[in-house]
Design a protein around this ligand. Structure first.
Ligand code: THU
Length: 162
């Protein structure tokens, strides 16, 4: 049996070490946690997307008494961006969270369903999206959603090649 080795590089630094545009995005994600509606989990997630024209679009998780009807912060931001600015690609995404009002120490990572939705955007615009996962301990810098979802299922996966 052969093995397939995947190399994924994830940067880790403090917010202060980020470039100004990324610092601004992290700050927007942190502030967006205030727009979370999370009376059930008390876990407030904020997301901020940077579009190719520089605009920032934010999102926050929106929960529902019927649990599956809620939506994660990342997808509220992404779907809002796609609905409002479909011609703009997405350059970067920052995610931050508070647990019972306290910012998480460890960088928060997107759930599997959000990763699948994020990779669709990378495929749609044919450009990698930088993902900044924020915690008070620091920020993980992921260069592409592909690094968060190796061996992903994308539109091309349905095209049969002989
Ligand atoms: N949540 C997000 O907003 N993003 C994620 O990637 C993980 C989970 C939300 C969903 C739910 O409102 C709460 O966090 C607890 O799972």
């Amino acid at each position: 049996m052969k093995t397939l080795e995947l190399k994924i590089e994830i940067g880790f630094c403090s917010v202060d070490e980020l470039k100004e545009a990324d610092r601004e995005l992290v700050e927007a994600a942190r502030q967006a946690t205030a727009n979370s509606y999370s009376p059930y989990s008390h876990f407030s997630v904020g997301a901020a997307l940077r579009l190719s024209d520089g605009e920032i679009i934010i999102g926050a998780n929106q929960e529902n008494a019927a649990f599956p009807s809620g939506l994660c912060a990342e997808r509220t931001a992404m779907f809002a961006a796609q609905a409002q600015c479909p011609s703009q690609s997405v350059v970067a995404l920052a995610i931050a969270a508070k647990n019972n009002g306290v910012p998480t120490a460890r960088p928060v990572a997107p759930c599997g369903a959000c990763r699948q939705s994020l990779i669709e955007i990378e495929e749609r615009y044919k450009r990698p999206m930088k993902v900044l996962l924020c915690g008070t301990e620091g920020v993980y810098i992921v260069n592409s959603v592909k690094d968060l979802l190796p061996l992903s299922f994308i539109g091309d996966s349905m095209i049969e090649t002989l």
